[in-house]
Design a binder for this molecule. Structure first.
Ligand code: DAH
Length: 341
């Protein structure tokens, strides 16, 4: 019996603990009622009376040693944990706070533009940003040597055959008409790319929304009133709209759409270059060649198309005068749009 007690004592001395789990293991083994020491106390019954006293004293000594060691182990585990970084946290500091994000102004304007056109029967279509020459240029009636195909405007990924980053969302018009019989009535928001030096007024990545309506008997008056409606919904009913004759390879006739300057109300300022008008979109009647390129009979169908820059609309709406702000992710800029939803 004596040997058994000595062996347990030895084991207690050698015990270590570096976590609360190991402490608990120690407690179960040496301290709890069912521990090996607890078991020895149960054996008291079978000890002859004359040895009971001596054995009892031994057991009490053993029990005390076990408890003393347990205390030491508890202290060592606590000290050990105090060295971990979690214990250096200053609990008196105010909490770091959980700042909510906000919608990006360009996303907000994209939603608004979509909302206005969806209410008058347009659906939303999507197309690829990496495009071939056919969908970005040729099918859109760009002449062979048109300057817009040249290196200074277009990011080419491969040459002959050309694969490029689309320079406008007009590529989606072609993809829609190739795959869908009229009526087609869609708007197509997306990113576009041009090889421009980044400045306050130009960027190599920006966003457009394309619009297309092809059906029987679509006329210029439909185009005029659709964009007239858009301008009033977006900028308010007092906004004036004018159509200026223009040229695009894929529309005939073509028109640029101006609205009365949102900054000066038409009186003349730096933004409108003292004309009182600012351009918001290009538009026109889909050129018969473009319809034919997509397998649509130009004798039977007509259509109108338009394209506008989302950055431009956002600039007019929120007076953002430097295009670089949209992509710099400066929270001081982004925070200003917190109340939008
Ligand atoms: N694709 C033209 C651009 O990027 C914008 C445009 C003009 C789109 C007239 C059209 C349109 O659909 O009819 O400058």
């Amino acid at each position: 019996m004596q040997e058994k007690v000595d062996a347990i004592l030895e084991e207690i001395k050698r015990s270590t603990a570096s976590s609360s789990q190991e402490l608990e293991e120690y407690r179960l083994k040496f301290i709890s009622k069912k521990s090996i020491i607890g078991e020895l106390f149960n054996e008291m019954k079978s000890i002859p009376n004359d040895q009971k006293k001596a054995f009892g004293m031994k057991l009490n000594e053993l029990k005390q040693s076990a408890q003393a060691r347990f205390k030491e182990l508890i202290d060592s585990v606590n000290n050990h944990q105090a060295d971990t970084p979690a214990d250096h946290v200053d609990l008196t500091l105010p909490p770091a706070g959980n700042e909510p994000g906000s919608i990006h102004p360009l996303s907000y304007m994209r939603y608004k533009i979509i909302e206005i056109f969806e209410r008058i029967g347009f659906n939303v279509a999507d197309g690829p940003e990496i495009e071939d020459d056919w969908h970005n240029f040729t099918a859109l009636n760009f002449p062979e040597n048109h300057p817009a195909r040249e290196m200074q405007d277009t990011f080419f990924i491969e040459r002959d055959p050309d694969i490029l980053l689309r320079t406008h969302t007009s590529n989606v018009q072609i993809r829609l008409m190739e795959n869908q019989k009229p009526p087609v009535r869609s708007i197509m928001p997306g990113r576009v790319f041009r090889n421009e030096a980044i400045s306050a007024r130009a960027h190599c990545v920006f966003h457009q929304v394309e619009g297309l309506y092809v059906d029987k008997n679509v006329s210029f008056i439909d185009l005029k009133h659709t964009l007239y409606h858009f301008a009033k919904e977006m900028f308010g009913k007092d906004t004036k709209v004018r159509y200026r004759p223009s040229y695009f390879p894929f529309t005939e006739p073509s028109a640029e759409i101006d609205i009365s300057c949102q900054i000066c109300g038409g009186k003349g300022c730096q933004l409108c270059k003292y004309t009182g008008w600012v351009e918001i979109a290009g538009s026109g009647m889909v050129d018969p060649n473009v319809l034919a390129n997509c397998g649509i009979d130009p004798q039977e169908y007509t259509g109108f198309a338009f394209g506008m820059g989302i950055e431009r609309i956002t600039q007019l709406k929120f007076r953002v005068n430097d295009l670089r702000l949209y992509t710099e992710n400066d929270v001081r800029f982004l925070k200003q749009f917190r109340t939008l939803h």
